[in-house]
Design a binder for this molecule. Structure first.
Ligand code: PMP
Length: 442
């Protein structure tokens, strides 16, 4: 039995862990048993600095009192209410609060339980919107290479991460992809937004010419692609995408599941880049990761297209048992309070320069071939070991964990996205420890 865990090895078999090297894990388990503010406690009693806000979701840090209390109180008061044909006040209150901080053109909120569900919801809404307006030919969906939009069939179809798609059959029909924006030769080691690559958005014109724009419902992109290894949008790229969508009557969806709720120093990336999409998909930071919840934000135009017809008819045949769950809404409201009271939605901008300098101090370490950053996100790309892709970064992850920092790797890229409450001293600790790890790596 490993000294890391008090769970007997046989007990580890039943749980088939997601996106995990199960056999490796079960030989050498890593267990968290508690969390507070910036730290996790492991089952062997060590403190681990959270360099990833859980999975990009605990933006206010862990076990924040207001959120803990709100969830506990809600369980006792109203644990569940039917999501269909019934309401409860906190679902409406949270929707209003979200619209208050969202880009000005966002006016409605549809609740889901995860980022993946938000994506499916937005894709379905886009197609149904055009149909409701008499443009039923607009059914095609355009994603982007290296995009991550969750793991359901719509999301992996518009997504562009090969390993997430290749095992699962033929995908959704009628999907095309823009090229990704990773241009290492021109943009390596750029601080903030890269200079080169805005023209990659023009590929949407090629796709329009190929299929005819009257068949295209929506384009979905992450404004900053996170899970593929931190691809910061080139300057003017998103503006060009918006302009081409407008020209052809195509909806633009921003998947802000990780960029929402302050990650880039504004409530949403749309505000940071000053490009307004027609829909925003969110989750994660919406409840500080405490209770699963997602949401799709839409314009009035999209919402209102469904609101014709007799009043007693359901306008959109879509929703989930847990849409707007009272516990999740209570967590969401307390999370938004915490963000507001502590100025956390701006903190990514305040700390950006300090964070950027710390990230780029990794530049000359062995095997580092690129550093990318924006807001409180950094990607550090390592040269892969020949014939063993991902092995070097995974080894870095294991060693970092042993040294007391939690990092995340995707392929050979280390992605960092700490809670927005991180201090400068903790930024120093995170990158100081990481540089020790990288220096000694094979
Ligand atoms: N979209 C994006 C951009 C994401 O980063 C993620 C999760 N990392 C998702 C969708 C899926 O979210 P979930 O895991 O909550 O389904």
């Amino acid at each position: 039995m490993s000294d890391r865990t008090n769970v007997a090895p046989n007990d580890l078999n039943a749980f088939w862990m997601p996106f995990t090297a199960n056999r490796q894990f079960k030989k050498n388990p890593r267990m968290f048993v508690a969390a507070k503010d910036m730290h996790y406690t492991t089952s062997d009693g060590r403190q681990v600095l959270d360099g990833t806000a859980g999975l990009w979701c605990c933006n206010a840090g862990h076990a924040r009192p207001k959120i803990v209390e709100a969830v506990a109180a809600q369980t006792a008061e109203l644990d569940y209410a039917p999501a269909f044909q019934m309401g409860h006040p906190k679902a409406f209150e949270l929707a209003n609060r979200l619209i208050d901080i969202a880009p000005d053109n966002m006016e409605h909120v549809f609740y889901t339980n995860s980022g993946s569900e938000s994506v499916e919801t937005a894709l379905k809404m886009a197609i149904a919107y055009h149909r409701a307006r008499g443009e039923g030919t607009r059914t095609r969906l355009i994603g982007r290479e290296r995009g991550y939009h969750g793991v359901n069939f719509g999301g992996i179809s518009v997504g562009g991460i090969v390993k997430n798609r290749m095992h699962f059959g033929t995908m959704l029909a009628g999907v095309d992809h823009l090229p990704h924006t990773h241009l290492p030769e021109q943009n390596a080691f750029t601080k903030g937004q890269p200079e080169h690559g805005a023209n990659l958005a023009d590929d949407l014109e090629r796709i329009c010419a190929l299929h005819d724009p009257s068949t295209i419902a929506a384009v979905i992109v992450e404004p900053l692609a996170g899970s593929t290894g931190v691809l910061v949008p080139p300057k003017d790229y998103l503006q060009r995408l918006r302009a081409i969508c407008d020209k052809h009557g195509i909806l633009l969806i921003f998947d802000e599941v990780i960029t929402g709720f302050g990650r880039l120093g504004a409530p949403f990336a749309a505000q940071k880049f000053d490009v307004m999409p027609d829909m925003i998909t969110t989750a994660k930071g919406l409840t500080n990761g405490v209770i699963p919840m997602g949401a799709v934000l839409t314009t009035a135009d999209i919402h209102d297209a469904f609101m014709d017809g007799p009043e007693n008819l359901i306008e959109l045949f879509h929703g989930y048992t847990y849409s707007g769950n009272p516990m999740a809404c209570a967590a969401g409201l307390a999370t938004l309070d915490t963000y507001r009271e502590e100025g956390l939605l701006q903190r990514g901008a305040e700390l950006e320069e300090y964070w950027q300098d710390a990230a780029h101090s990794m530049r000359d370490l062995p095997n580092v071939i690129d550093v990318r950053n924006l807001g409180l996100i950094a990607g550090i790309e390592l040269a892969p070991i020949e014939g063993k892709p991902t092995a070097r970064a995974f080894e870095a992850f294991l060693r970092a964990y042993d040294k007391g920092i939690l990092i995340r790797t995707t392929g050979d890229i280390i992605a960092l996205s700490p809670p927005l409450i991180i201090s400068k001293a903790e930024i120093d600790q995170l990158f100081g420890t990481l540089s020790d790890v990288l220096r000694d790596l094979p």
